[in-house]
Structures are given as structure tokens and as C-alpha cells.
Design a protein around this ligand. Sequence first.
Ligand code: IVH
Length: 590
Amino acid sequence: MKSIYDKIINLRLQLKYHNYMYYTLDASVISDYMYDKLRDQLIKLEKKYEKNDLLKIEHPVLKQIGSKKLHIFSECIHKTPMLSLQSTNEISEIIRFDEKIKKHFNSVNNIKYYCDLKIDGLAVNLLYKNGILISAATRGDGWIGENIKDNACTITSIPKIIVGNNVPETLEIRGEVFIKKSDFLILNQFSMLNKTKVFSNPRNAAAGSLRQLDPHIAKKRKLMFFVYGYGVFTSNERINSHYDRLMQLQKWGFPIHKNYLLCNTSVDIINFYNQICIERSKLDFEIDGIVIKVDSIVLQKKLGYTEKYPRWAIALKFFSQDVETKITNVTFQIGRTGMITPVAHFLPVNISGVTVCKASVYNFRILKKLKIYIHDYVKVYRAGDVIPKIRTVLIKKRDKFAKKIIFPKYCMSCGSKLLHSFNFTRYYCPSNFLCPAQKLQRLIYFSSKSGIYIKGLGQKNIIKLINYGYLRTPVDFFTLTYDKLQMVPGIGKKLSTKIINNINFSKNVRLEKFICALGILDVGISVAKILSKYYKSAIKFINTNFKTVSNIKGIGINISKSIITFLKNKNNLFITSKLIDQLNIFFVSN
Ligand code: IVH
């Protein structure tokens, strides 16, 4: 229980910190993706242990973070959900999007697209009743946002009253609030002089300004607004094109950015994208791509929605902007299969709102190709807007302090001579369970969900069990007893019983899970599935030979070599055979 308790407390603290950074400081240091991952973990654990009194608290973090709100503004339920947008960096995906839609409607040229700028600000939903602004809300969780009407009213380009003909009874306007780049610079210079909060980017500045309790502050920040869409649009169902609807909105006084394109082909879309790429730096506000929407409302309705986004729209995002930084070190990590991964550490930099300080280089060929020296200046970016990567080394900036990287020849954990793949791309430690670093990773993996899954045994407990000498190989999981577990600090009576029960439960294991749990280089679950389908029994699998395995459809030469190298190793074979004796490994055909 102790480790679950630690984990939950730790997750709560992490989320509290990120909420504070996001809400209070508007300076998030984590991507939405990572934030959601942490939140999902906490939701799962809290749900599972909701009856545990120890874990009950007066102000649950999840209540604050469900919709990422501070509860300082009142809640506002959107009339129609504010969904997100499917997005890509790949031109080929846009070609596919166009082809798919045209195929769906059996049409070659008759689909019209409306393309516009993807403004990097804050989504806002404005609700008008009989032409009067009733509420202005942030996106929140898509269904419920915060009512920031007082602040929104300070934005001059947001109409408070709609003037014109045929104003609908109910109108929901969707648009983006942002701050101009030039105003952002002035704001930050002013903040620096006054030693007040400095924002990491215009988006955070806009978000921070909209979420101020004092509207006077929002007013001073000179926020801007552009409309890109709508939710409820009553009485105007007659207007059957997105473009026409936007033009109507413009007549009613809403600001629409003039940089849009109506077109019929993916070639036109790509030309528009290329043109925007060139013009981007001249714009006085941040954009992060273009958005392509099917123009016909009838066709939009026919295409419909997934749970998360409309099928009729897609964003083509720019590649993450490169940011310059300086390499401080290059270390080498030993993975569970013994593979050595170079990791470049650099001075922390902010890339699209997230602070990063290291990037995995994946393999030695990439590391050699980059020709990095320690203390080199490099350009880093976030691939797919998430994973940090090194784009280039600025060799011209290299100075006398630059130091060559010393590539390891021996394993940093066990001292074994490293082996390499035939093209010197990958280096790995061949010592399997005899290498302490690998052993730890292998044991964690073996007992994890990807392996045979022993519930309740976390990484921390595995480390403790190794330190107590109770765990050396996966076979030792099955010699653990209640008494042994109880000896380990932090594993109480209740958890010991649970772990023993779960170990017994895990003894019934599907063949593909067992093969995957062994941690053979390049053998993940999909390869394990192919192997299990072919061999149908663990004994047959361990008695295989290179010729047989390399003839299996879907198993290439490299994977075959890894499998045979693993099985030829006496220690591995001994452990695997013992496991086969202890477990009930079964094959299921689907
Ligand atoms: S269309 C159903 N058009 O991007 C969603 N969104 O990543 C339709 N955004 O939350 C959205 N500029 O706040 C659309 N020209 C534009 C946009 C735009 C910025 C934002 C919007 C949305 C996010 C999705």
C-alpha cells in the first residue's frame, strides 16, 4: 500500500504544480499530452483506491484539474461542445484527407475547402441572445469552460451587441483571443522593468490576461480577437456554406482575418500553406499552421464527428520552430534489452511553451552524423510538437571549449564489452540478466503490463527486492513468499498478500505475452504475436533455430539474429526453461 500511497501523493503534487504553472502563472512547463497522461494515471489510481481513508483529502486535485480550472470564474456550459481538431505536419496527410473526402462523396472536383490561419491563442466561445452578448467562456474541457465575460468585454473587436439584419435568436461564436507579437514584447519589457511576471510566449500572455480577476488588467493588455467558426447558428440554417456564414458574421461586426482561401484541390491547399509559411514572420501574431475545412455545411453534417473532432476539418501545422541551445553533456542509457541510447543534455530552453533540457539521440549513427561535441551550440525542436530532438549542430559556433564525445566501449553498468550491429548503428550490452542496469529494467518489464503483469509490484518495490537479494532473475518472482515480502520496508501485510495472490494469478499467461516479457532485442508484442502463432508452444519456441525463425513471414534477419543470440545464451536459456516449468503458458489463436 505504501508505494501506491506514495505514487498517488506524488501524482497529486505534480499535478498541483502544473496547475499552478498553467493557471496562476500561465507558464506551463509540460505539454498537454504529458499533462493528460499524468491526470489519467491519477484518475485511475484514485478510482481504484477511493475507499481508502488514508487517501481522502478535503480538496481533491482532480476536482480542480478535471477541466483545468481554478474555480475563480463561474462555470459556463457550452451549447454545443468545443471539439478539438485533427492535426498533422505531413503534406501527404492532407492529400489523403482530400482523397478520402472526395471518395466518400464520389466526387472529383466538387468539394470546396475553406482554408484559414490557425491562430495560436486561446479559444473562446461567445454566446449571444437576441444580439446581446450573454457570456464569453474559455474552452475548458470542451463542454464546460470558465465565464470570462468581464475580461472579454475589454476586447474592442468583440461585439457586445450585434447590429444588423436577421440577427439570430441564439448565436454561438467561436474564435481565438490573442496578443500581438509587438504588444507581447512591450508587455514583457514593462514586466521586466517592474519586476512583475514575464510570460514565456504570446499565447501564455493572452491566456494569463483573459484569466485575470481584474478586467482593467485585461484591458491594458490590448487583446485581439478573430472569429473562425460558430456553434449554434439558429435561423441561419439557410446559409449553407462556411464561407457565407463567416461573411454574414463579418456583416454583423465580427472580425474575420482576410488571409483565407476557397479552393477545390489539395494542390491549392499546399500552395496556400507554402505561401503562409513565407508570410508567417511578417504577421504580427503567432500562428501554428493552417486549418482546412469542408465548406459545405450539408457535407460537414454528412461527414459528422468522431468523439474528439469533426471529420470535415484538419489542421496542417508548421514544424516546431528550432531553438538554439548549448550541449552540456552526452550520456548513455542502458535499456532493458541492453541497447545503449545516447542522450544529449543541453541548457534548458522553451520550445512552444514547454521547457526541455535533454533529447534522446536514438542511435550511434545519428549521433555520429550530427557530429556533436560537448559545449557545441545546437538547434533543437519538438518532433510532432512533443518529443525533443536535435536538428543540427552549429559547427561554425564551436569554440575551444568543445570536447569530443567519448563513445563507450564497455557497459557502464557491468563493464562487459559492448557489441554492435553490423552497420555500427546500435551498440548493446550482451550480459542480459548479469548486467545490473539491464537486470533492473528487465525485471520491471517482465512484471509490467507489457509482460506477464504482476499487479501491485511497482518499480520501487522491485528495486527494494533486488537490494534485499530476493530478486535476481524473473524466476525469483515465483519463489517470493509472504515472509520475504514482509521483510521489505514499505510492503505491509496487506500488500504482501496481494502481491502473492497476483503472482499466482500471473502464472497463467498467454504465449505471446510470455515471449514479449523475455525482453529479447526487437521482440515487442507484435513480433511476439507472430512467433506465438507459429510455434504455439513455449518449448517449441526455445528449441527453434535460425533457419526456421528467419523463414517465418514477418520476421526479418535482424530479429531472427536477436532471437537466436538470446536463446543461445546459456543463462537466458536456463531462466527461460525454469519459467516454462513454473508457469502455465497457453496459446490462444486470436
Ligand atoms: S476550426 C471543431 N479554425 O485550434 C474545431 N480552429 O487545435 C474547429 N484554432 O480549439 C476548429 N485557429 O481554438 C479552427 N482558423 C481556425 C483556428 C482554430 C485556431 C484553434 C481552436 C481550436 C484549436 C484546435
